[in-house]
Design a protein around this ligand. Sequence first.
Ligand SMILES: *[C@@H]1O[C@H](CO)[C@@H](O)[C@H](O)[C@H]1NC(C)=O
Ligand SMILES: *[C@@H]1O[C@H](CO)[C@@H](O)[C@H](O)[C@H]1NC(C)=O
Ligand SMILES: *[C@@H]1O[C@H](CO)[C@@H](O)[C@H](O)[C@H]1NC(C)=O
Ligand SMILES: *[C@@H]1O[C@H](CO)[C@@H](O)[C@H](O)[C@H]1NC(C)=O
Ligand SMILES: *[C@@H]1O[C@H](CO)[C@@H](O)[C@H](O)[C@H]1NC(C)=O
Ligand SMILES: *[C@@H]1O[C@H](CO)[C@@H](O)[C@H](O)[C@H]1NC(C)=O
Ligand SMILES: *[C@@H]1O[C@H](CO)[C@@H](O)[C@H](O)[C@H]1NC(C)=O
Ligand SMILES: *[C@@H]1O[C@H](CO)[C@@H](O)[C@H](O)[C@H]1NC(C)=O
Length: 885
Amino acid sequence: MAQVVAPLSWGLLWLCFGVLSASEQLLEQSLNGKWRLSNSNRSLVLPAEVPGCVHSALQQQQHIQDPYFRFNDLLYQWIALDNWTYSTTFAVSTQIKVKQKVLLIFDGVDTVASVSLNGIVLGKTDNMFRRYDFSVRDQLKVGDNVLEVSFLSPVLYASERRKAHSSYVVPPECPPDVQKGECHVNFIRKEQSSFSWDWGPSFPTVGLWKGVRLEAFDILQLIQLSALPLYNHSCSQWRLQVEFLVDVVRTFNCKIELSIPELGLNQTFQTQFVQGRLNYNFTLNINQNREVKLWWPRGHGDQPSYLLKVRGFLETFLILSKESKVFFRTVELLQEPVAGSPGLSFYFRINGRPVFLKGSNWIPAHSFQDQVIPLSLRNLLQSAADANMNALRVWGGGVYEQDLFYDICDQLGIMVWQDFMFACAMYPTEEDFIQTVREEVAQQVRRLKSHPSIIIWSGNNENEAALATNWFNIPASLKPKYLKDFVTLYVDNIRQMVQEMDQSRPFLVSSPTNGAESEQEGWVAANPYDPRYGDVHFYSYVHDCWDWKAFPRTRFASEYGFQSWPSFSTLQPVSVQEDWSYSSDFTSHRQHHEDGNQQMLQQAALHFILPNSTDPLKRFTDSLYITQVMQAECVKAQTEFYRRSRSEMIEGKGHTMGALYWQLNDIWQAPSWSSIEFGGKWKMLHYFAENFFAAVLPVGFEDDDTLFIYAVSDLNHDLKLKAVVTVHSWSDLDSVCTRASDLQPVPRGSAVAIFEQSVTALLAGCGRCSRLTCLLTFHLQDEDGVQLGPTNRHFLCSPRDAQGLQRPNITAKVQQDKSGFTVTLNSAAVAPFVWLDVGNVPGRFSSNGFLMVTRNATIKFEAWCPTSVEELSRSLRVTTLMDVY
Ligand SMILES: *[C@@H]1O[C@H](CO)[C@@H](O)[C@H](O)[C@H]1NC(C)=O
Ligand SMILES: *[C@@H]1O[C@H](CO)[C@@H](O)[C@H](O)[C@H]1NC(C)=O
Ligand SMILES: *[C@@H]1O[C@H](CO)[C@@H](O)[C@H](O)[C@H]1NC(C)=O
Ligand SMILES: *[C@@H]1O[C@H](CO)[C@@H](O)[C@H](O)[C@H]1NC(C)=O
Ligand SMILES: *[C@@H]1O[C@H](CO)[C@@H](O)[C@H](O)[C@H]1NC(C)=O
Ligand SMILES: *[C@@H]1O[C@H](CO)[C@@H](O)[C@H](O)[C@H]1NC(C)=O
Ligand SMILES: *[C@@H]1O[C@H](CO)[C@@H](O)[C@H](O)[C@H]1NC(C)=O
Ligand SMILES: *[C@@H]1O[C@H](CO)[C@@H](O)[C@H](O)[C@H]1NC(C)=O
């Protein structure tokens, strides 16, 4: 640290250059840690951790129980209706005080607050998604300083903003009753799902959700550095656009040195840094003859990066030093005329290669963001990767995720479809609202644009569809007003800003959208769900999900799904015995989607016998199981339909190039569309996803009586494959017969029908078989007889009608060897949907929910925390479909 004892004038500064270096010129003091927290009448005064929120602090100090326990979301509604003040006293040293400029920086304030230092109001905040900083040199004292952040109830603020907007309604006014939420969330720039959603509770948080610190400096401070590689297709050349946002104390000439040693690049720029906060751009041209290693989505290549070194000099003195990762890749979103259709194509090309997006949708991982720990973030994203996903959509009703989220996606090769945080609503367009959104957009785009994982920006979730198909019963005469607001917000502001700030990836105004066609129609298409354009969200709970004809053959499925319940071990800690029934108050309280619990059973009943044990607990756990079976089977059917539609164009529809089901993760312990339970446990669907997203996949389906098997390949080389079909009897572990197709070419990135036969003929050829007594398994083989991809299966009737199913009496033995834990299963009969559950022992199996057509099977268990053979043996439960009958 520089030993400077007296306040420095700019003139004096020059004398000191001999001791200045980049690290010395900036002093940073964290103000994180224990603060004081009080409510408005001071009936509650308690210590509170920063970063944190009021709910977390109240729970840590045992003023409240776990907010997720039973009905506590209702019990704790008062928290968000009160006003809260965070305060801290901190000492400031002379070294800080003598700096030319001192910034008080809040990385995240949730949400509406007034900030004061030593009794002087510094300013106000109104946007959770912005960083705020205040220049505080004059207000700071050497010695103790008092910092206070006074929060207004977000619920009260939203309702006051609504009242102030009296000229017309901005719907929806309130969430549906079943969500038990708060109203007017569209009037506050805050995580929209924090006022409740159809999968989540209402916990409108209040607090300093990210870090707080002082930064003191004499010359300049680098606020944001971004490095954006841009590819010039016409001359096949990369250039790197390096952007600095700096806060400069006084105008001076600076020498900037940018180097990427690994590419032999080292360039210096002379530039004038002007007093104030400004952006500076520098472009590094990369020699055409230089081979640059490209970042690829997982499954298509590696994720290499380069190190960019940035140094800034004032005269010969180092005043700035920073390193940043740089990844090279290109993204194009193609929307072009396509043979056989009046519509437009819609697919992503990464580094020139068409890529099918496989994955899911991401929601906030916790109601209280301060409780999202790096380990759980990493575990969720690794689980996505392990299920062969290559893409996630960060949905627009949550938060712009933390840096670590995107760093992990960069490393894992997970592509991110990044929404802006607007969802399922109309939004106001008052001047101050637009201004705070503009700052939010500028900050978020600057923060995130260096991440190669983000391949697209999208303006909002479902707001084009809401307007087009009139979710909110807006009278036709008023529609132009809302249309104008829509265009103002997403097109004239957000789109305009993003396109100026980031030329490295496409922008869409909404999702779902018809894309270029929506633009033609004035940004809101008559039918944004048109399968011949853009992306589609599709949900239907009443149709039989085994009937693929009910699914839209869309270009890109960015949302679809079915609910299920989490497992008993996830529910148990937040419930008591009287809750453990499918018809309990608890069970209906946790369901935020109208009729959701009934819809799950109705869909399940189409193919399965519903649990009806006389033991109430067994009946409950069996019901949880059957909803997971239903969900896994439904999403499998729909995803396989999308993957096999990759190469076909039927009646103008097809060439599907994306399948992102709703939703990956959960925000609490409740029924939802997720494939991973709150806490990280995989539902049956997530195990299924690992198979249905495999790079090479056989897909079987029937059209009338004809059985088709498609070979789907996402690989980048051509294959020659045949399908091998085995007919099994429900009543016998010895298979009945086997049929194989001829070898057929399966080009890279395609879906090809390689087996076609009438089911009647197939069964007749095997003898002893009918639709009710038999089922099929099948796999793909190359010319050397090597199996590629998972073994798949096709039921010829609903399992509820199957004849010959017996109790398999499965026995399981847990063992441990060098490679970890294994479970060896022995079965006496064909067993569908074999489910291994070790309760709350964290970890996952190598396979689960599978069809067992062999006597023996060995499954690995990957433990996420230390465990033992004894603990696993004690915890292990094996359930199969017959066990719930
Ligand atoms: C103070 O506020 C709390 C929380 O809003 C409330 O429950 C309590 O009744 C209030 N106390 C007084 C004395 O007004
Ligand atoms: C919170 O502050 C607002 C604005 O000052 C005030 O109208 C409201 O009554 C306060 N709420 C409580 C619970 O004190
Ligand atoms: C791409 O390179 C060509 C040829 O050097 C040049 O004319 C063009 O302006 C470049 N395009 C961009 C976007 O920089
Ligand atoms: C870049 O070049 C300058 C001189 O041209 C040299 O002083 C500097 O060390 C180089 N930087 C790196 C990182 O190689
Ligand atoms: C720097 O580049 C960004 C992104 O292209 C652009 O938005 C900004 O206006 C540029 N700033 C300057 C000072 O040229
Ligand atoms: C469940 O069992 C009860 C008697 O144990 C019977 O009355 C009822 O009809 C059964 N329900 C179903 C759906 O099978
Ligand atoms: C499973 O056990 C039951 C009861 O012992 C027996 O009746 C049944 O036959 C067994 N199942 C098979 C497939 O052996
Ligand atoms: C299956 O396991 C049993 C008991 O572990 C063993 O006796 C039998 O040989 C195994 N059968 C096969 C086909 O591996």
